[in-house]
Design a binder for this molecule. Structure first.
Ligand SMILES: N[C@@H](CCC(=O)N[C@@H](CS)C(=O)NCC(=O)O)C(=O)O
Length: 213
């Protein structure tokens, strides 16, 4: 059986969450690390929209990160928190919020010159969303307690980007539970395994690199 191929970009939050889902469900794949500025033809041929992650299976292509996660999680994972009905509703609505509104403001906060946006306005909108999340966190070390959940892996890569944009500002905010959650995430084995560096995949000299290694 041929291994699934994952086209990935290490720092991409969407690819990050897909890699974490693969780790948590003990899936192994061939990882092809790409540059967003030089996407390989083999990737564009199977997914012309040109975003990562792209998972190439024997019988189909999955090129949306949440679909990669759903595929990985189809038989569940004993390492992950099982969501109750209420938690699932909360998780779905927060993932939707972070993928749309939070990401929108995050981009305009981080890349204000590219977007010609007013940085402070978008920082404030990110802050509102994070303050709101703070009111929904009651457990430790992950959002639903001792096991990591779909919600943690889906939104934490974006919260991390918000911190990276200005760590001093981020750490001086009052959302202490969000800060602890992010610190736990960044020091977790899961995150560190997902962030392992892979050499760039070169279609002219293709090497099969296995993820997780
Ligand atoms: N909705 C997609 C979004 C993926 C996405 O936008 N990935 C970014 C990198 S973080 C990308 O590939 N952008 C294409 C580019 O910059 O050319 C998903 O969830 O997989």
């Amino acid at each position: 059986m041929t291994l699934p191929v994952l086209y990935s970009f290490r720092r991409c939050p969407y690819a990050m969450r897909a890699r974490m889902a693969l780790i948590l469900t003990s899936h192994t794949c061939e990882l092809r690390e790409i540059l967003l500025t030089d996407k390989p033809d083999s990737m564009l041929k199977i997914s012309p929209k040109g975003t990562v992650p792209v998972l190439q299976l024997e019988d189909r292509i999955i090129d949306e990160s949440m679909d990669v996660i759903k595929w990985a999680l189809r038989s569940g994972s004993e390492k992950m928190h099982i969501l109750s009905e209420d938690e699932e509703a909360m998780s779905d609505s927060l993932i939707q919020l972070f993928d749309s509104k939070f990401k929108y403001h995050l981009d305009r906060y981080k890349y204000s010159s590219r977007y010609q946006s007013i940085k402070e306005e978008h920082q404030e909108k990110c802050l509102e969303i994070l303050n709101n999340l703070e009111q929904k966190i009651f457990n430790q070390p992950w959002i639903f307690g001792k096991l990591v959940s779909l919600l943690d892996i889906s939104i934490l890569p974006f919260i991390r980007q918000c911190k990276i944009a200005n760590p001093e500002w981020f750490k001086s905010q009052k959302f202490n539970r969000v800060i602890s959650l992010l610190e736990h995430f960044e020091s977790s084995e899961l995150f560190n395994k997902a962030m392992e560096e892979f050499e760039l995949w070169d279609p002219k000299k293709p090497k099969v690199l296995i993820f997780p290694s």
